[in-house]
Design a protein around this ligand. Structure first.
Ligand code: NI
Length: 154
């Protein structure tokens, strides 16, 4: 496992659309393991493959710290409920935080590293992470939808 370099805003790759994963091999497993290492090392709660320069529809999430590792391949949001305004940031946009509107509850369907399909439902921070990371796969960044930026000295 290894820590990979996190791409930052201004790097064109972050605006590209990631491709569906069709091969669930050792190379994908290594990518996912490295993404967890990279995410924990940077103290993030989620990371998309594009953030380490790989245009594959793969994300890792852990909103509780190593106890709840989620890896989602080819994720699709199938249901959302509610809406809340919440603070957000991104490892690819260091030093910037802002308020965004996110659903309170989100259900996603995704494959695991072996190609098996699962469905996950998350609330609050987990729902927010699902939305944020899936947006990365289509070239989105949270700063595109910030309703109010948070000043540094707060
Ligand atoms: Ni992000």
């Amino acid at each position: 496992m290894a820590i990979r370099f996190i791409r930052e805003e201004g790097d064109d790759i972050l605006r590209k659309k990631s491709r569906e994963v069709t091969v669930f091999d050792e190379r994908l497993h290594t990518l996912l393991d490295d993404m967890f290492d990279t995410m924990y090392s940077a103290e993030g709660v989620g990371l998309a493959a594009v953030q380490v320069g790989v245009l594959k529809r793969a994300i890792v999430i852990d909103t509780r710290g190593e106890n709840e590792k989620l890896e989602l391949i080819n994720p699709v949001i199938v249901k959302t409920e509610g809406e809340r305004k919440t603070a957000e940031g991104c490892l690819s946009v260091p030093g910037v935080r802002g308020y965004v509107l996110r659903p309170e509850k989100v259900t996603v369907r995704a494959k695991d590293r072996y190609g098996e399909e699962h469905e996950y439902t998350g609330e609050d921070l987990l729902a927010q992470a699902f939305c944020h990371e899936i947006e990365h796969l289509d070239g989105g960044l949270f700063i595109d939808k910030v309703v109010e930026f948070i000043e540094d000295d707060e």
